[in-house]
Structures are given as C-alpha cells and as structure tokens.
Design a protein around this ligand. Structure first.
Ligand SMILES: [Zn+2]
Length: 474
C-alpha cells in the first residue's frame, strides 16, 4: 500500500470494524477416496480414469467410510482444541453441479464430528486467537476445465471426475478476525499445523488447501453484524489478503454512499485485483439436507479419541511456548540471552529429540540447566565439560556442582598449574611452533589441542591460548 492509501485505510478503520471468518477446505492425505477404493492421488491418472461406480454415483452402489479419513479429521480437531462428540453422522447436501454427478454431496450438517475449538497465533508479535466452530468431513467434487475466459462466456467446459470423492475436511472459523492481516496469520498458522500433523500437504496452488472468506463491516462500537459477503477463488495467501482489503474498501464505499450491501458470493479475479459478484448467497435450507441413508452413524468412543490423541506430536505453539518459558526462566535467573538461546536451540534441542523428552520433563529440568550454565559463566568449568555433563544430567539428573567437585572437573585456570603442559605442547609440536612464529595463526590450534588433551579437557581454553602466545612470542 502507498502511504496515502494506508492513511485513507486507517481513517476508514477508525469508523468501521471488519468482521472476518474463514472457511478452509483441506484434502486429507489418505491413500484412497472418502467412500470408495479409488486413489486419493487424483492427479496421476488420465482425465476420468481415477473413478469407479461409487464415486461416479451410479445406481445400486453403496459407499463405505474411510477409517483413516476419520482418524485424520479427529487428529486435526484435537490439534485445534475441539470437543469430539461421541455421536456423529453424515448428511446429503443436495445441489446440481456438473462436477458432482450424484446430484448431492455427502457432508455433515447438524452433528459434525467436532465442535468448539480454537487456533492460537500471533499478529504483529501480539498473541491472538480465533474460535473454531467445527471441523467436519465431506467429499470433494470433480473439476471443470473451461476453454476461454471465465469472465466472458466460456466456449466449452470439460469435466474431469478424478477428484470426485477425495476426502475433504472443512474447518469453519468463528467470525473473530478483525483485519486482513489477522486473517492472513490465521491461515498461515492453520496451514502449518495441518502439514505438521501430517494430514494435508498445504498446497494452495494445487487446491488441496483452499480458503473462502466471509467479511462484513459494522460501525465501530456496534454489536450486530453487517451484511456478509463470501469471497471465493483465492489461491494464495497474498490473494486472500488482497481480496479482503479490496472487499473492505468496496463495502465501506457502498455504506458511505448510503447504499445497501447484499448477501452474495463474490469471486476474486487476480488479473483485475477485484472481487466480482457471482451469485446471491444460498442458505442452508436451500440444500435440503437429510441424513445419508447409505451410511451408518458413527460412535467415536473415548478410547478411540485417546488413541488418536496419543499419536499427536507436540504442537508447534505448545513447543514454542515451552521454549519461550525455558528461555525466560534462564534469562530471569541471570543467564545471558545469547548463551541461553545457544544452549536451548543447540545441545538441549538435540537431546530432547534424541530422548523424546522435553527439557522440563528431563532429569536436568530448567533449573538444573541454569545451575550448569552458571558453572560455565563463573569459569568453574569450561564449555566442553558442560556439554559432557549436560548429556548425563539430561537423562539421569543429579547435582552439577557435586559432580564437578567429586570428579575434579573444575577447569584449570591457574597459570602455574598449566605452565608444564604449555611447555610440553610446544616441545611436542616443533613444526607447529615454527609455523606459528612464521605467522601461520591456525598452527596454534594443534598446540591448544595438545594442552586440552593433557589436562583431560579441563584447562581454560582462553588462558591456554594466551599463555601459548606469550611463550611463542619470546
Ligand atoms: Zn471411486
């Protein structure tokens, strides 16, 4: 945005508040389709080859529920902090589309498989969250290929039903978002989460992760929602942001001009950078939902839900929170920020991965790490010794100070004690000594290594370095 546009936009936002809710459709990474054995990887086959009587909706066939799809949807719902009711069912959503030959879509209406969740994210460094109304399952449609410009009348359209019946998860967000930037962050975080838990490939361009947005404007301070417009056809994060910003300004212009908005569906046209009206918005009752008679209702018992929950990895937000807690704990206790970050992201993260145990649950704990690092900071032990102890303490726990004392691990920082080892290192490496005297800096490393080895890695490296330089300069 230019500065003038930004100023105009902030003047508008002082008077109006955008109310945004997002609906995401995400294809699940199952091997087969939602209700038949056809491959869910619909892109490999020639047009209409990846089909069978079930996904074509031929008479006399019966669908069978894909168990893996149920597990993935429950996995997603749990990651989004949703409740999982014990009873759920599928419903028919009736409409005519040329890419759905059955004349209805199997979806979920009044008893979805999950409800009342939340997604946490950040907007410009500030914590934010958005309610999740529901996560439910349905089947994808086929695809239409239009010849010519879709804005003009297409000269012909081709139907490919390979995608028909691919498991599709709909994630409906509450209208909790108040800016295009917040909507953008919500989407980025949601996509990251789905990819992270392994249920979706997050490909917006290919359309395996798709987003529709509902947006309305209301005067600041009002509690009622304005007239809602749905935007479709956005196939990048950038498009979502641009479309919302465009629609926000369009709606304000209509309202400021004394006009009225109509509830409608508008499509984002990337080439024009505009939304254009597609159709008046249909209502739920238009679809004549009724329970799918060919499928049994599902009972998801607590044991099943717990088993799915157990397969969830630690989620990015929780892990970030834990890392932040550990970091703050260390810094509050006086550890330098850079030191704390280096240890947490390096050796500690590696141990957490290796043992599948996070720091706070390890033998060491945050407090143990603080005490170990304090020994380094005060010069009692050197970094190599601390690394050795870290691995041991992480698994078995224990008192770092006591171990250092009992095993004599304190670093040698007494010049008199080191003098003998320094002389021995120079005598044992005459070539290195000569190279260093001739100006080759890195030749010093070999002699430092010799001293460290001779002292069981306990010498203070900086001191060894200085003493070697002094001796060799004579
Ligand atoms: Zn099929």
């Amino acid at each position: 945005m230019t500065q003038t546009a930004e100023a105009a936009s902030s003047a508008v936002l002082a008077r109006y508040e955008p109310v945004i809710g997002l609906e995401v459709h995400a294809q699940l990474l199952t091997r087969s389709k939602m209700f038949c054995g056809c491959s869910a990887d619909y892109t490999a086959a020639a047009p209409n080859d990846n089909t069978c009587p079930v996904c074509l909706g031929l008479p006399g066939v019966l669908p069978v529920i894909n168990r893996q799809a149920i597990e993935y949807a429950v996995r997603t719902a749990l990651a989004l902090e949703c409740e999982i009711p014990s009873f759920t069912k599928f419903d028919r959503k009736n409409y005519f589309y040329p890419d759905l030959p059955k004349g209805y879509q199997i979806s979920q209406y009044d008893l979805p498989l999950s409800l009342n969740g939340r997604l946490r994210f950040e907007v410009e460094g500030e914590p934010a969250s958005c309610g999740i109304t529901r996560v439910h399952l349905e089947e994808d449609t086929g695809t239409l290929h239009h010849a010519g410009d879709v804005l003009q009348s297409a000269t012909s359209s081709l139907v490919d039903l390979n995608r028909c019946g691919v498991p599709l998860m709909e994630i409906v967000g509450e209208p909790d978002l108040r800016s295009a930037a917040a909507a953008h962050e919500y989407l980025v975080r949601l996509r990251q989460l789905l990819v992270y838990i392994g249920v979706n490939d997050g490909n917006l361009e290919k359309g395996s992760f798709r987003c529709d947005a509902n947006i309305s404007m209301r005067p600041r301070g009002a509690s009622e929602y304005g007239v809602k417009v749905e935007i479709k056809n956005m196939n990048s994060f950038r498009a979502v942001r641009l479309a919302l910003e465009y629609e926000l300004e369009r709606q304000v212009a209509v309202l400021d001009g004394g006009g009225a908005l109509t509830q409608e569906t508008r499509g984002w046209v990337e080439a024009r950078r505009q939304t254009v009206s597609q159709r008046s918005k249909e209502y739920a009752h238009d679809y004549r939902y009724f329970p799918e008679p060919d499928l049994p209702p599902l009972r998801l018992d607590a044991e099943f839900v717990d088993r799915v929950r157990a397969t969830l990895p630690e989620l990015p937000a929780a892990r970030a929170m834990r890392f932040a807690d550990a970091f703050e704990g260390l810094v509050d206790a006086g550890v330098a920020a850079k030191t704390a970050a280096n240890w947490l992201m390096g050796d500690v993260a590696a141990l957490a991965n290796e043992h599948k145990v996070p720091l706070h649950a390890s033998g060491l704990g945050v407090e143990g790490l603080r005490r170990l690092l304090a020994l380094v900071e005060t010069g009692t032990i050197n970094a190599p010794t601390a690394k050795e102890l870290l691995g041991e303490l992480y698994v078995s726990g224990g008192d770092a100070e006591a171990l250092v004392r009992d095993r004599g691990l304190a670093q040698v920082s007494d010049e008199a004690q080191l003098a003998e080892a320094i002389d021995a290192a120079i005598a044992a490496n005459p070539d290195a000594a000569a190279d260093f005297r001739a100006g080759l800096e890195k030749a010093l490393g070999r002699m430092v290594g010799h001293v460290m080895k001779a002292t069981g890695n306990k010498a203070q490296p900086q001191l060894v370095n200085r003493m070697l330089r002094e001796r060799l300069a004579r």
